[in-house]
Design a protein around this ligand. Structure first.
Ligand SMILES: *Cc1c(COP(=O)(O)O)cnc(C)c1O
Length: 368
């Protein structure tokens, strides 16, 4: 059996470090925020190449706070993509703003900057590109449009810890960058976690206040805030794991290179591509197949788990029916939703396992 990811294998490799970190927090009494979380914020900001980091309880909260801190609210519009996890759109809706979609590029499945101008109105208050699967969107093209319209960009980097675009890390190019530490992400807590990075001190301050009931000082509430604080235990665990992240990312990249080398001759299975000048961190290795269900069944029969990221684009989700979209509105996203299949990828996977998955996928591609 080859799982899509293996969280227990990761824990087994660093068990002593994690256990010591958790016990340290238990003994310290700092169970919410505290020194471990503050240290993690400094270390993660340095990792991203930003001045500030604000740790919160989920990636969704990070997106919500970044948008709120930029002044997004009811009646506003925020431009994003429909081919993403639903949380991107949900965070926009939490502010009272309306998500406005532009389609993704066929090659990268990230925001198609050429469609941005047509989507921007006088109500547009932010642009949220998603660094899907661990590869950054075309940030030069997106930032050009954003600057021309003077609209801030919030990077949804929830799948892209350590990804790069022309040498700059995910989260460091827009006004804010948002990360998730959900256990299955490239950097995962042992529970929920999230964080927003920024370079503007006032933006970082507003996010810091909003995550803790809008407090300027204790019991002085300058804004209507939230309880979005990170746990001390998660901060300590994330510090331990951050020290391993580059090794884990290189292991993911090696697995991806092997998959791509083994599968790129296949007649039907299309492999993902790393764009020039970008560092893909392969949170997900998604191939495309016209017979996705057949491929999924064949791999399942061999004990190989696969995933669907994502089978229904956000504009066709019942939850967002109020936006009034229908099938055909974003054809690139809809085609991707029909064809993508995520193969197992995680740092602890062996080369032999990668080869076995690739061989089985390749065989199915030929025999159908
Ligand atoms: C995981 C994820 C989120 C939400 O993060 P949570 O920590 O689960 O709230 C948002 N956007 C994308 C693209 C994600 O993959």
């Amino acid at each position: 059996m080859i799982p899509l990811l293996d969280l227990k294998a990761q824990y087994a490799g660093i068990r002593q470090e994690i256990d010591a970190a958790v016990l340290g927090v238990l003994a310290s009494g700092q169970y919410v925020l505290g020194e471990e979380v503050a240290a993690f914020e400094r270390e993660f900001a340095a990792y991203c190449g930003t001045r500030y980091a604000v740790a919160v309880n989920t990636g969704t909260s990070a997106l919500h706070l970044a948008l709120l801190a930029l002044g997004v609210g009811p009646g506003d519009e925020v431009v994003t993509v429909p081919f993403t996890f639903v949380a991107t759109a949900a965070a926009i809706c939490y502010t009272g703003a309306r998500p406005v979609f532009v389609d993704v590029e066929p090659a990268t499945l990230t925001m198609d900057a050429r469609q941005l101008d047509a989507a921007i109105t006088e109500r547009t208050r932010a642009i949220v590109p998603v660094h899907l699967y661990g590869q950054m969107a075309d940030m030069d093209a997106i930032m050009d449009v954003a600057r021309r319209h003077d609209i801030p960009v919030v990077e949804d980097a929830c799948q892209a810890h350590g990804a790069e675009y022309k040498g700059r890390r995910a989260g460091s190019i827009g006004a804010a960058g948002c990360f998730s530490f959900y256990p299955g992400k490239n950097l995962g807590a042992c529970g929920e976690g999230g964080l927003a990075v920024a370079n503007d001190p006032e933006l970082a301050d507003r996010m810091r206040m909003l995550r803790d009931w809008g407090q300027e000082q204790r019991y002085q509430h300058a804004m209507k805030g939230f309880n979005y604080r990170m746990d001390g235990i998660q901060g300590a665990i994330l510090r331990v794991k951050l020290a391993h992240l580059e090794d884990w990312t290189e292991a993911r990249r090696a697995h991806a290179r092997r998959y791509t080398a083994l599968l790129s001759g296949s007649p039907t299975v299309k492999v993902p591509r790393e764009e020039a000048g970008r560092r893909h961190v392969y949170h997900i290795y998604a191939v495309r197949s016209p017979d996705r269900e057949g491929l999924r069944r064949a791999l399942a029969a061999e004990g190989i788990q696969t995933g669907l990221h994502y089978p229904i684009p956000v504009h066709l989700q019942k939850a967002h029916a109020d936006l009034g979209h229908r099938a055909g509105d974003f054809s690139v996203s809809e085609a991707a939703a029909r064809e993508v299949l995520s193969l197992p990828i995680y740092p602890e996977m062996t080369a032999a396992q990668v080869e076995r998955v690739a061989a089985m996928a390749e065989m199915e591609a030929y025999v159908g």
